[in-house]
Ligand binder design. Structure first.
Ligand SMILES: [Zn+2]
Length: 101
């Protein structure tokens, strides 16, 4: 017998966006419906979190992509769309290792 484990989430399960600073490990969780402005720099150490410009002209900036992600999530959460998002297996591995602690 072969078993397969998958983690699927409904769009309505996504309620926030977390910024994670690579320098100081600070984390900032913002509810999607409260995301009015992108946090471009870490409030603690001033490390850049989200680029407001893209190196390659013609592509969206990280900030623009983040706004579009927020808009898409807010727009789809109120609808009865029969889809779920699958998370990578590394998420399951992380949950399993936490359960052993
Ligand atoms: Zn920081």
């Amino acid at each position: 017998m072969t078993m397969e484990q998958r983690i699927l989430i409904d769009l309505s399960d996504i309620v926030g966006i977390e910024y994670a600073c690579s320098r100081c490990s600070g984390r900032y969780l913002i509810p999607i419906d409260k995301l009015d402005a992108v946090i471009a720099q870490c409030p603690n150490c001033r490390q850049g979190l989200v680029s407001e410009a893209h190196i390659t002209s013609g592509k969206r900036s990280d900030a623009d992509a983040l706004y579009e992600l927020r808009t898409a999530l807010m727009d789809t959460q109120g609808r009865n769309i029969g889809i779920r998002l699958q998370l990578s297996n590394s998420v399951f591995d992380g949950l399993a290792s936490r359960a052993k602690i």
